[in-house]
Design a protein around this ligand. Structure first.
Ligand SMILES: [Zn+2]
Length: 262
């Protein structure tokens, strides 16, 4: 089962029921029958999650260079920008949820598979450092295929950079929340996505490092049912809470209250 984009009256990948795209949209892009969660882009999440008009974007004009002079990378970036209508695979900013201020980061899978290059690493790190400096909780929604191979070693360096920024949040005593969305894999899983104080996941999200086929091929064993899905990761202790989209705003608001220092 993979999470597909809602298309015209296509059967739900979770239960096979047919709903119109409008019906699915009005349920925050989940199936009205079984609750299957379709993938969602940052702009759509800002709408259901934050207080209207409260989101102010940081570093909006930061865009990738071609650090290893890879042929065709600039063209790929331009195509991704048109497709996702974003400058790179993450949006960060300040906002309020039920009147409570926080720093929010949201990744886009439409932008080159949510891959983490220099811009994603820089924006995520800046957002976390701002949270540490201003003592504001940090919440990041992740979705990623992993490191951006088009940036070679520079993409791998983002793992260390974002991890050390997460350590600053810890030092400052600022709460850090992650929501793992479908799919969160590779270098993002292996860095800041696993460093939060509370790790939330959306139902059915694929969460792992390498994909199931690669693992199956390496260990030459059949993997258990539901391997790497959010529910499996909850059972194994990688995930603390699975939260439906409809419940996330309230949950985040409650978590901010619980982690207030006074
Ligand atoms: Zn369904």
């Amino acid at each position: 089962m993979s999470v597909e984009k809602a298309s015209k009256n296509a059967p739900c990948p979770g239960c096979g029921a047919q709903h119109s795209p409008d019906e699915i949209e009005s349920h925050l892009k989940t199936c009205p029958s079984c609750g299957y969660h379709y993938r969602m882009e940052p702009i759509e999440r800002i709408k259901y999650l934050t207080d209207p008009g409260s989101f102010t974007e940081f570093s909006a004009n930061l865009s990738s260079l071609n650090p290893i002079d890879l042929a065709g990378y600039e063209e790929k970036l331009s195509e991704a920008e048109l497709k996702a209508r974003m400058k790179d695979a993450v949006i960060t900013g300040a906002c309020t949820i039920e009147g409570k201020p926080l720093i929010l980061g949201l990744m886009s899978f439409q932008f080159m598979g949510g891959s983490m290059g220099s811009v994603v690493g820089e924006k995520v790190s800046r957002a976390m450092l701002k949270g540490a400096e201003e003592k504001l909780p940090v919440l990041i929604y992740t979705t990623s295929g992993g490191a951006r191979m088009q940036e070679g070693i520079f993409s791998l360096m983002q793992m260390a950079k974002t991890s050390s920024a997460a350590a600053e949040l810890d030092k400052a005593g600022v709460p850090f929340f992650i929501v793992l969305c479908d799919p969160t894999t590779g270098g993002v899983t292996a860095s800041f996505a696993m460093l939060a104080d509370i790790t939330i996941a959306e139902p059915g999200a694929l969460i792992g490092f390498a994909g199931p086929r690669v693992i199956e091929g390496t260990i030459r064993q059949t993997l258990p049912e539901g391997f790497q899905r959010a529910e499996f990761q909850l059972e194994k202790g990688f995930v603390d809470i699975i939260a439906k989209r409809q419940d996330q705003r309230k949950l985040i608001s409650n978590l901010i209250d619980l982690h207030r220092s006074k």
